[in-house]
Design a protein around this ligand. Sequence first.
Ligand code: SF4
Ligand code: SF4
Length: 360
Amino acid sequence: MGFDSSKCDFSRCRGECLTRCPYVSYDEKMAKDAIRTLISGEESPILSECITCAACNDFCPTGANPWDLIAWRQEQTDILKIPADAKPSSDWLVKPYKVRRGKPGGPLISMGGIYEVVPQEEFLKGKMFDDATLIGGGDIACGFTETHLGRASRPLKNLPAFIKNLSHAAEEFGVDEIVFTHDACYNVATTLAMSQNMEVEFRPVHILEYIRNWLKEHKDEITPLNLKAGLQGGCTTRYAPDRGDGEIWSDWTREIFEMIGVESVEANRKYTGENRLCCGSSIFHSQHERALNIQKMNIQDAIDAGAERYVFICPACIAIMRMTCRKLNLEPVYITQLVRLALGEDIGEAGMAAFGYPVR
Ligand code: SF4
Ligand code: SF4
């Protein structure tokens, strides 16, 4: 993480960082000029055109991390001018601490600061979570959302307190692992902490890894759903620890889908893998029509590929896209709810996607 100017070698690339960005139309010269301008400390239109999806870090063939350069300059210039009504997400850093106690010896699950975006407590019910203790609040929020608000340095500044508070929680509840419901927190506790050589005393576990492992031990309780689904991989999935031979979050999802009888349509999609599209949350307030158009393009692509459901692993993505999914007649569903259906469970008041569900 962090822009590496020594790797930004114009002779070894074709400006893929921005020529492949699906939200602008840059040719190679424009792309290289824009990056050169940012490196020189000047402003470039890409700063306000960028929707903060982080994809260009994946597109750059030399590993220079151009998104980190863009994010850093967005913060320096305050160019995003985020309106006041988009600020509540930064309140996640000051959300009150809350605990739902499970059984002694059960897993500890952190909801971070976003437990109100979708009803996390409702989504974390049923057999898979019966024993789990849930914790949430600003003290254990990673602050990653700030990267969408032109304050990309916040997760790094917040990192020592984030890890320290989670370590205290692990000690308090007598566990050596913490499961994260959002991959932003997981990635900060893994990728970002590793990049800073920070020791993490507990083992971070991704919610998908937890579900995959649970299902492996309870295969006889699964009734296959026999349906086809698309998958929304959020921006934060792009920060998953590098395994070298694929994306760990999509491998876990593939295993989960196989076990619950869901056929992924991702292989038939245009907007998948590195080319997956953003939910549009960063511009939902400031450039509403543009955000909706991105969502429609994305969801229609899944429908054209044969999807009967659209599966989300990020609470923010589902909260921001569920209306458009419903308008296009593709049922949105959060991953835990999908799995609970395969376990024959009543998925409760939250239903398929918290649509119309009162946010408490
Ligand atoms: S960030 Fe990567 S793709 Fe973009 S100009 Fe630099 S080396 Fe090329
Ligand atoms: S972060 Fe996303 S939107 Fe911004 S320039 Fe990179 S690819 Fe484009």
